[in-house]
Design a protein around this ligand. Structure first.
Ligand code: HEM
Length: 441
């Protein structure tokens, strides 16, 4: 950009508005892609898997490729798309004088959407999987490299202030995101060359899920929470050292998982969780009034509740090391973190920020926001309670609770998607205000 154009001239203002509009369109495209993946390839397939597991009283006869396709669609198709969209929107604005990288961003969106779709299609149908799966890995990686390069070019100018804890956590999880996609690509090429099924070997797949959840989703949330919770919930500024210690321990947990030192990993994730809760002051009283305009007024409590699920997940992780003989306690621990923490965080913070990012809109229904969260927490509670009891053969009626939990969670996800979709169809806030103002005037 011409430096003369950046000192408040009409041209610089026009360029700023154009850049803002372009980034809003792009984040909207990523959000719509994410919603579509969340609904059908993600949740619907998850519900279908759980109904079959409940009928068979075990996951032994269920296609591992389908279970993995569900996990991939949720982690990368849904939450990954949201992270890329929000990343393009917010990280390209960080004190940089460059304009919005529209061409790279749209190419990244196209490659990413094609990659996650191919990953799901190859896993579920098995058609041409030896070509489709490695191709999906390469497409996802190419999309992310474009994202990474675009965001890197928008780093703050050298000599500026030291990056804050939130920015460091987001950058670190972006680097691990790239590592996860490189591993994914290598694994899928290897699978295509030597294996006779699209499903990755069980242990390798579990390790990869831990890398994606604890290396990408959880620290990205901690990073954005460190930035937004002092504003949205009125909490004190995060305790930087405690938060860094939490992050370092989560890396220890990931490393220990890859070395198969599961007791060490479980303890590391447990301590890391409690340090993060302490460092972000989640359960401490607010020092400023929360910002709850246009969201459900119980929004601060929903956010706090997600951390209860993270804590429950970490406790279940330790119990699983000692007692799990069926995958039920591990499954409950994973569900507590993916649904209770990650999905519920997206349902609460996402509905707070995304309408504004996607063109300065206002959330369509705060009541639907409330019900989507209540249903999600209820479904999650039933699933996390019933899964160990059923899978471990402790209490047979728990098999009947699992399908109920799946339907409740499906309703929660549908309400969330409906609320976001109608919000995006509404005109931006300033255009909605005009007729009323004109009528008054
Ligand atoms: C909303 C309703 C959901 C249902 C009914 C559901 C169901 C399932 C089922 C039945 C499994 C098989 C393993 C087991 O027996 O526990 C599974 C695994 C998994 N789920 Fe979900 N899930 C849901 C939501 C989510 C969400 C929101 C995420 C992530 C953000 C997620 C991520 C995963 C992952 C990573 C796996 C492991 C996949 C693998 O082994 O590679 N799930 N889910």
């Amino acid at each position: 950009m011409n430096p003369l154009v950046s000192i408040g001239t009409p041209e610089s203002e026009t360029a700023r508005i154009t850049g803002e509009r372009r980034s809003q369109h792009l984040v909207t495209a990523f959000v719509i892609t994410g919603l579509l993946f969340m609904l059908l390839p993600g949740t619907f397939l998850g519900v279908w898997n759980l109904l079959n597991i409940s009928q068979e009283h075990g996951s032994g006869s269920i296609s591992q490729a389908w279970i993995q396709a569900h996990g991939q669609a949720q982690i990368f198709g849904w939450v990954g798309s949201f992270i890329l969209g929000i990343g393009f929107y917010s990280l390209t604005k960080m004190k940089s004088t460059r304009g919005f990288p529209a061409r790279a961003a749209w190419l990244s969106w196209a490659l990413w959407s094609a990659g996650v779709l191919a990953r799901w299609f190859g896993g579920v149908t098995g058609d041409g999987w030896r070509i489709v799966l490695p191709l999906s890995g390469a497409l996802q990686l190419a999309a992310f490299v474009l994202f990474f390069l675009s965001v890197r070019r928008h780093r703050p100018e050298p000599g500026g202030k030291k990056p804050e804890v939130w920015a460091r956590l987001v950058v670190a999880s972006t680097v691990v995101f790239m590592l996860a996609l490189v591993s994914n690509c290598v694994l899928l090429f290897h699978q295509a060359l030597v294996a006779n099924t699209p499903a990755l070997p069980h242990v390798l797949d579990e390790q990869f899920v831990v890398l994606a959840v604890w290396g990408v989703l959880v620290p990205t949330i901690w990073g954005f929470n460190a930035r937004w919770l002092p504003v949205f919930l009125g909490l004190p500024q995060p305790a930087e050292r405690t938060l860094y210690a939490a992050y370092d321990l989560s890396l220890v947990g990931i490393g220990a998982t890859f070395l198969s030192w599961l007791p060490v990993a479980a303890v590391a994730f447990f301590v890391s969780t409690w340090l993060a809760i302490d460092g972000l002051h989640i359960w401490k009283p607010a020092i400023n009034p929360p910002k709850i305009v246009h969201v459900d007024p119980r929004f601060p409590w929903f956010v706090r509740l997600t951390y209860t699920w993270l804590a429950i997940s970490s406790v279940l992780g330790m119990l699983a090391v000692v007692w799990d003989s069926s995958g039920g306690i591990w499954g409950a621990s994973r569900h507590a973190v993916t649904v209770g923490f990650v999905a519920a965080m997206v349902f609460s913070i996402g509905l707070r920020v995304l309408p504004a990012f996607c063109g300065m809109r206002i959330l369509w229904s705060t009541r639907l926001m409330f019900w989507s969260l209540v249903l999600l927490f209820t479904g999650c509670f039933l699933r996390v309670l019933a899964e160990p009891l059923a899978y471990q053969n402790i209490w047979a009626p728990a098999w009947k609770i699992l399908p109920v939990s799946a339907i409740i969670e499906l309703s929660a996800v549908t309400f969330f998607a409906l609320n976001m979709a109608v919000t995006l169809l509404q005109p931006p806030a300033h255009l909605r205000a005009q007729p009323a103002a004109a009528a008054r005037g």
